[in-house]
Design a protein around this ligand. Sequence first.
Ligand code: AMP
Ligand code: ZN
Length: 128
Amino acid sequence: MSRRPPPTERAILALMSCVFCKIVAGEIPAKRVHEDDELVAFEDIKPEAPVHILIIPKRHISTLNDLGSGDDALVGAMIRQAASIAKARGVDATGYRTVFNCNAHAGQTVFHIHLHVLAGRGLGWPPG
Ligand code: AMP
Ligand code: ZN
């Protein structure tokens, strides 16, 4: 079994100041809707739709660019969790949007990957 390399000093500093790592650790409150060994899902603090939930890995990963091939199952679990939450909220048939923002032009503001699940109203396309 391959072992992950130890985090660099820069990665440790990012992790210590990461708001989503603090939510995982219970140091910042969040309205959790799901938790398992790998993932936490919680209500977005500034909802852009009647349903706006964020699904995050418990492990700190800054952006989509930092995913490795060993993370395929983790990302799959995030997407399957989105479908499960949509079903629980009764929006699976009416529809929902899943979004990963990556870096500046996509508007990423929290550098711990998160999957937005948005639903409960018609969502415009293309996005602004
Ligand atoms: P993004 O712009 O894709 O990086 O999205 C970051 C999201 O995190 C935004 O929708 C914020 O409203 C949300 N957010 C930031 N801080 C918190 C927090 N403490 N609890 C819940 N959601 C948060
Ligand atoms: Zn983090």
